[in-house]
Write a protein that binds this ligand. Structure first.
Ligand SMILES: Nc1ncnc2c1ncn2[C@@H]1O[C@H](COP(=O)(O)OP(=O)(O)OP(=O)(O)O)[C@@H](O)[C@H]1O
Length: 748
């Protein structure tokens, strides 16, 4: 019945789409409207396709004495009966009335008598799990531990968790747990921090929260957009599939390296360099770098204007600079003031030369105009106070030891050297926040763009006037006829022909540095530097944000050790904190090893509790032939995905050996996670998961970074089933015997 309704919706959308595509008009406005309708219908059509699989996954039967003595279905979208007053047939999982599906327990049934999990494959029901929540007819309330699910919910959950991974993330709408539901449906406003250990579903929850917020606050968020920031491009690809399948497209996914419009920062640099660039003191460094470009020469500057030599003394130049700075404008805007002051100084000189007493105000104005237009004068101003783009400022700063020394006088030489870089090298992710900050300090010199816009407006008005004139000519003879002229003027007519911008909020936001988002979600938020936080706070002045992460997994040297350090400068203590405590990924056998490492990390967090055991005991093997051994393991026939996690220094060797044994393995900077086998550094594996992990030389992972233990913790928690370790050096952790069954399935 539900699929029949979906088919009907699909057919209607197809029919409207075909009809709209057939519409042809010579009026630009009509065509633009047509394009917008086509885009909307296509998006609707894509949403119907996205919900095809698993359209319906739940059913709630309410108690007979409950207000709603009914049955409702829960699914990936809401469906309504058009022939019956739009009675709901199925509720969207995000609707408030669907909440008991995730929250009801036998101890607190919320009127629910029975919860049913329905699993389907294509359009066939493959299994049904029922939970009876009516405690009067089932078990004693005391046996219910108040946790999210009873036995049947577990079946659905464990089936989802045990399924092999495919290289892209899947949604979890069928089995969202109570503590996750709290986060997903938390209020839109304010800053919410979600701290949770590895595998607690932070990424999943962040994405489902985006879908929930877009559903609940559609109007505001479709207009302002939602920004989701993730750690790298591979990760964004991994999660990119989840949102469309949730039926949402108005979201912008970006890495920190994408945050400055027009620049895709993919260059590599050392952790140490990124750390220096991430410090908040870089604001002052950039301020000095800008000041350094407002030049006062030591010697007088001689300018030849129309074969007459004119001189600007250092004092005169400094005075012009002071005036410009006192204007309070940004560098590029203050340049107008500086230029005016310089022209004024030269005008006075010229007036003196010609004999001031013979000149009136008109003569002075002429001299001023000529000097302002003179190439030599313009070149001098450009040298003394250049118009700067953020890219120019930073490129010049990195390329020159003297500029670096002037901007970073208090930094040790070694730190300045970390920033030194040739102009042709690509931007790195740590540069993006600096470019954005520089844009804040410089201001955009948009005079040329404003002049072009004004010209475009004039052209459009002239054209419209022409049209009106022609219309008038045709009917001029009869004064009784109402003419176009009588109804509209050229300005209005031009305005009406203007194309309205039909791009989505996400598309417009990506191109606009001044865009402010309705909500910002940051995944792996612990990795962001102080400078990156400044950009994000600028993009979200309303401070409506969800930050998910784990301060025990911080890998970046510029990253956070505690959430308060990040947030206090922006919202003091006005932020909410939620905790996710259950690990849905890492089996108990592997988590026992990881927990030992976590205690040594010393972060103020509790280890999450694994929801299940896999039955596979982690193993290790000592060998001096690490690359060959890794290749041998990778070549074994297996079901599911394998990640070979390596320290940076072994990445090339192990990558080459594995590629020799498994030709379609993913290696290198941009690995394709759809491959069955991937060789990755820990940095690349952050936030991802694999059926099996083979960790190579963990001692080197620890030694490679000041946050090496955090990296090791991340590496150890990537597997959903099995963990193996190859090493030459001693292991920095114990791989003990199989742990006790610490977690009973009823403790889900
Ligand atoms: N309620 C749930 N139902 C089914 N699967 C779930 C649920 N919660 C989490 N998972 C699964 O657990 C795995 C880990 O989730 P996720 O990647 O979101 O964790 P994370 O907290 O972001 O981990 P990390 O900190 O390691 O990046 C994923 O496969 C996710 O689909």
């Amino acid at each position: 019945m539900l699929y029949a309704h979906l088919d009907q919706l699909r057919a209607d959308a197809d029919e409207r789409l075909a009809r709209t595509l057939r519409e042809v008009s010579s009026l630009p406005q009509a065509m633009s409207l047509r394009d917008a309708t086509v885009a909307e219908l296509s998006a609707q059509r894509a949403q119907y396709d996205a919900v095809e699989n698993g359209l319906c996954f739940g059913r709630l039967d309410f108690s007979r004495d409950a207000a709603a003595d009914t049955t409702i279905y829960i699914g990936r979208m809401g469906l309504f009966d058009r022939d019956n007053d739009y009675e709901p047939l199925q509720l969207d999982w995000r609707a408030p009335a669907a909440r008991p599906f995730y929250l009801a327990t036998a101890a607190s049934p919320q009127g629910v008598r029975r919860r049913r999990h329905i699993r389907t494959s294509m359009r066939k029901v493959t299994s049904i799990d029922d939970e009876n929540l009516d405690i009067s007819t089932t078990r004693d309330a005391a046996t219910d531990d108040g946790l999210a699910l009873g036995a049947a919910g577990e079946t659905a959950l464990l089936a989802a968790l045990n399924a092999t991974r495919q290289g892209v993330m899947r949604d979890i709408v069928e089995t969202i747990q109570a503590e996750q539901d709290e986060v997903i449906r938390s209020a839109l406003t304010g800053v919410l921090v979600v701290q949770g250990g590895p595998g607690t579903g932070k990424t999943a929850v962040a994405l489902h929260r985006a879908a929930f917020l877009l559903y609940t606050h559609r109007e505001l968020l479709a207009r302002r957009g939602v920004l989701i920031v993730g750690p790298n491009a591979t990760f964004l690809k991994y999660i990119g599939q989840v949102l469309p399948s949730l039926g949402e497209t108005g979201v912008l996914l970006q890495t920190v390296g994408d945050l400055f419009p027009g620049v895709t920062a993919t260059g590599l640099e050392s952790q140490e360099a990124a750390e220096v660039k991430g410090r908040v003191e870089m604001v002052e460094v950039l301020r000095r770098a800008v000041g350094d470009r407002q030049v006062v020469p030591e010697e007088p500057l001689v300018i030849e204007v129309e074969r007459v030599e004119m001189t600007l003394t250092p004092a005169e130049i400094a005075a012009a600079g002071d005036r410009a700075r006192r204007s309070g404008r940004l560098h590029n805007h203050a340049r107008e003031v500086f230029e005016r002051e310089i022209v004024e100084t030269l005008t006075r000189q010229e007036a003196q030369r010609l004999g001031a007493e013979f000149l009136d105000a008109c003569d002075l104005a002429d001299i001023r105009r000529e000097l302002a237009a003179d190439d030599e004068v313009r070149a001098a101003v450009a040298e003394l106070w250049p118009t700067l783009t953020p890219q120019r400022l930073l490129t010049d700063l990195y390329a020159d030891d003297d500029r670096l020394a002037a901007a970073m006088p208090e930094h040790p030489q070694a730190e300045r050297a970390l920033l030194r870089r040739a102009p042709e090298q690509p931007w790195t992710p740590a540069d993006a926040p600096l470019l954005d900050e520089a844009a804040e300090l410089l201001g955009v010199d948009d005079r040329a763009e404003r002049a072009r816009a004004a010209q475009r407006q004039r052209d459009a008005e002239n054209y419209a006037q022409g049209v009106l004139d022609i219309l008038q000519l045709e009917d001029e003879a009869d004064p009784d006829i109402l003419l176009a002229h009588d109804l509209i003027d050229a300005g209005r007519l031009a305005e009406r022909q203007e194309d309205t911008d039909h791009r989505t909020a996400a598309e417009r936001a990506a191109a606009d540095r001044d865009w402010t988002f309705g909500h910002v979600i940051v995944d792996e938020a612990q990795e962001l530097s102080a400078m990156a936080w400044r950009v994000l706070m600028r993009r979200c002045p309303a401070r409506s944000m969800t930050l998910v992460g784990d301060v025990a997994q911080t890998g970046a040297l510029a990253g956070a050790d505690a959430w308060a350090d990040v947030l206090t400068p922006y919202v003091a203590d006005r932020w909410r904190r939620a905790e996710l405590t259950v690990n849905y990924r890492t089996p108990a056998e592997i988590m026992a090893v990881a927990t030992e490492v976590l205690t040594r990390v010393g972060a103020p967090v509790e280890p999450p509790t694994s929801v299940r055991e896999s039955g596979h005991v982690p193993w290790s093997r000592r060998t001096t032939e690490l690359a060959a051994a890794a290749a041998g393991e990778a070549a074994r026939d297996r079901e599911g995905t394998l990640a070979v996690l390596v320290p940076q220094r072994l990445a090339d060797d192990v990558g080459a050996a594995v590629l020799g044994a498994v030709p379609d393995a993913a290696v290198g900077e941009r690995p394709d996670l759809e491959s069955r086998v991937a060789v990755l550094t820990v940095r690349q594996a952050k936030g991802l998961e694999f059926d099996e992990v083979l960790l190579v030389e963990p001692a080197a992972v620890v030694a490679e970074s000041a946050r090496g233990l955090n990296d090791l913790y991340v590496a150890l928690t990537r597997a959903t089933q099995r963990l193996g370790v190859l090493h030459t050096e001693d292991l920095p952790f114990e791989l003990g015997p199989s742990p006790q069954r610490t977690v009973q399935s009823t403790q889900v």
